[in-house]
Design a protein around this ligand. Sequence first.
Ligand code: PLP
Length: 419
Amino acid sequence: MNSVNVSLKSEITSDVDWGRIRSDFPILDLKIDGKPLAYLDNAASSQMPQFVIDRLVRYQTKQHANINRAVHYLSEVATQEYHDARCKLQQFINAHEDREVIFTSGTTDSINLVMQGYGRKFIKANDEIILTTLEHHSNIVPWQMLANEKGARIRVVPINDNGELEIGEYEKLFNERTKFVGLIHVSNALGTINPIKRMIDFAHRYDVPVLIDGAQGAPHMSIDVQALDCDFYAFSAHKLCGPTGVGILYGKAALLESMQPYKGGGDMIASVTFEETIYNTIPHKFEAGTPPIAAAIGFGAAIDYLTAIGLENIGAYESTLLDYATDCLVQIPGVKIIGTAKEKTAVISFTVDGVHPHDIGTILNQDGIAVRTGHHCAQPVMQRFNVPATSRASFAFYNNKTEVDALVAGIKTVQKVFL
Ligand code: PLP
């Protein structure tokens, strides 16, 4: 594999040279107003290694054509590369078959596909959909739209003061009207890792399908959809060192086959007359029109890259950064960490007494530190903790302790400026 500073294959090891891995990411050499960039906004979007950038350039300069529709050389190459990318994603999540992987424009699109394709067909008046307080808006709003249309009801699993789901309350919500569960794997606002296997198993006792929003899960731990037995799993490439504009929906084949297509157009059909359209088989049934071919191929390269490092290695390294950053931040008077779950990814949401989060973000930016401030598209989480917004530092495997130290120094500067 070119340009990847690692020669490992998914085994936990302490030998990964994280400093060399960092040098795979050209953007990390940037200076912001003369200060070294500390990119701590990875939960919003991660950065791309040269390996993926090179793959995109190779596709655009030597392989680009539309897929599925022609017999000429370039179309055959592009079709094969696009298919290979699907197979890489299949292996990455251990799906049983490649046709269970549908390319979408991202997590939001994947969830909307399930709402439109499964929800609109199978959810009826008075049915109940279970969501959790931790959900990102993209796993709330589509279900609200559906509930309003159908006269269905949304039930919400509460969280405790650490930002962990109240699993007992989740189990109490089930009854004969429960028809669907939408569950975030890892909270983007707090970093909480939810016990999804246990929750999926419980839902299945009631024959209720479960959609996992894996936008923040897939980048940090290895995912085995067969072991999880989830019915749907969604994530976006741009949080896994890949390009924007592409993601996947995994769905069990039987469920996908039972669903209605969400979008109509080219490629999703077997035949069309003005009287009737026969739909194509999965996954094509859900991929109307020209798909994001280049982005999907780039996504495949990102999967190669991450797999070479090993998701277990990534998770273990990121958790050392989380521990270090947490230890540093709790020692700063006036700083409060929101979200203190036992099981967390490397996300730290925090407030600083007397300073608005947007001001924190602005001052940190002057020191080259990129954090996110706001409600993180998780307003119910903010409401639960009674804050309008937080500042959020989210770490990736290319971050290091020097950047944590820069964050700590930056927060102290914020306090000097405002207090
Ligand atoms: N779900 C979670 C947990 C997220 O963190 C995000 C993005 O931040 C999304 C869904 C939406 O992802 P996208 O904007 O790529 O569709």
